[in-house]
Ligand binder design. Structure first.
Ligand code: NDP
Length: 407
């Protein structure tokens, strides 16, 4: 596993809990000390799996190749940042390793994500007999598997798909992001995008919003965003007439975000800054990226868990033609408690809902259930064994048939 952040910590705990499937395991990241700390916490919690650790800069293909040739992993779980997807895929190809991630590639200098960069590896993975599993977190990840499950069991034709993501948690900070702040702010400040009648429709950032009611939570203002799983789902389910993604934000969060943008702190280009030297002997001209600097002063998402109350609720609201030829609606979702996630893994619910599916995806691969060579989005695999594991591994799902979808 590459990365030692919030999501990686959860995935490592869950891997240690499933030591009958994962018999050998290594955590490698930019800073080895963070990997060692995860292992220490896992062992303190009573799990016995022997876990190796290593230092690696995942921006450097040669370093990755040296590590993979030495450790010889069957599967590399990429839980670093989206910037590293391609270097890790290159190293996997060079060393004969299979690959899994939770977020699609994004270039550092352009706030833009799409699958084309990773889909371009399809033929090479296929020829090498290797499997790459893309987008195996919660969204993307579980939301795509929910859609595959609905298509397999409940619908002849999925026509309308709305993915709804609510975080009704309170971490008692004025402003904090729930996963890597740089990636999170880049995602939210982009233009909105959704699929309708065979084409993409663009909106201004956070232009479209409406109150949606979430189970056990109630109504929350939900904003239409561009989200990566829509891109593959409309290809894999061509009957979809409209597909959208909604995420809740509170007024306080949005107010801070607006100020951050207005004062230029969400910029991703370099600005020159005169920094005083540590010994007081003068100044040095340095280049900083404002958004990366902002990340350094914002609360670390990994430290939010302790006082986090409330829960997340993420699901798919689907309308289409059922197996009986009549129109039906279907809502499948999970609610996850921040407190329960923290008590089990030391991390909050957003890291938990991403790290658990990453482990289950790895389990599907290791059990030989999801290992078709090539580069695949998760909905291309059989959803049933994954859905079964969600119930066993801490993310149980619930269904509402023929309810009011509000959308
Ligand atoms: P964090 O920032 O907490 O963790 C990222 C980790 O990657 C850190 O340990 C970091 O090192 C390490 N890292 C960064 N750059 C490198 C590098 N060049 N070489 C080696 N290691 C590196 O992020 P999260 O845990 O919150 O998120 C992890 C991933 O999960 C992201 O890609 C995010 O987009 C994705 N995600 C997906 C979701 C989904 O539902 N699909 C939801 C939430 C997140 P260091 O500790 O030194 O900083």
């Amino acid at each position: 596993m590459i990365g030692a952040g919030g999501v990686a910590t959860v995935a490592a705990f869950k891997i240690a809990q499933n030591a009958d499937v994962f018999t050998e395991f290594m955590i490698a990241s930019r800073r080895k000390a963070k990997c060692d700390k995860i292992v220490e916490d896992i062992h303190k919690a009573g799990y016995k799996l022997d876990i190796k650790t290593a230092q690696v800069d995942a921006d450097d293909v040669e370093q990755l190749k040296a590590l993979f040739s030495d450790y010889k992993p069957e599967l590399v779980i990429n839980l670093a940042l989206p910037y590293q997807d391609l270097t890790i895929m290159d190293a996997c190809l060079a060393c004969g390793c299979n690959y899994l991630d939770t977020a699609n590639y994004e270039p550092k200098d352009e706030a833009h994500f799409e699958y084309s960069w990773q889909w371009a590896y399809r033929e090479r993975f296929e020829k090498a007999g290797l499997t790459a599993i893309l987008g195996c977190g919660f969204d993307p990840g579980v939301t795509s598997i929910y859609t595959a499950y609905a298509a397999k069991h409940h619908f002849k034709e999925i026509q309308y798909l709305d993915i709804v993501d609510c975080n009704a948690g309170d971490h008692h900070k004025a402003f904090a992001t729930n996963f890597n702040p740089e990636i999170n702010i880049r995602e939210i400040t982009q233009k909105g995008l959704y699929w309708e009648d065979g084409k993409w429709v663009e909106t201004e950032p956070l232009e479209i919003h409406k109150d949606l009611t979430y189970p056990e939570i109630g109504p929350r203002d939900s904003y239409l965003l561009h989200h990566e799983e829509i891109e593959s789902l409309v290809i894999n389910y061509p009957t979809i007439k409209r597909a959208r993604f909604w995420m809740t934000f509170g007024q306080q969060y949005l107010k801070h975000l607006e100020v951050i943008q207005n004062i230029g702190m969400s910029r991703i280009d370099e600005v020159e800054y005169e920094a005083p030297l540590a010994d007081g002997s003068g100044v040095a001209k340095v280049k900083i990226v404002p958004l990366q600097f902002l990340k350094a002063v914002l609360p670390n998402p990994q430290d939010l868990g302790e006082n986090y109350e409330g829960q997340t609720s993420i699901g798919c609201r689907i309308r289409g033609i059922g197996n009986d030829g009549k129109e039906h609606t279907y809502y499948v979702y999970n609610n996850c408690s921040h407190r329960a996630a923290y008590e089990e893994t030391g991390m909050q619910g957003v890291s938990y809902t991403t790290g658990v599916p990453a482990m289950i995806g790895a389990m599907m691969f290791c059990k030989g259930l999801w290992n078709t060579p090539g580069v695949h989005n998760v909905e291309e695999f059989d959803p049933d064994p994954f859905m079964e594991q969600l119930n066993k591994q801490g993310l149980p799902w619930h269904e509402i048939h023929d309810g009011d979808l509000e959308l």
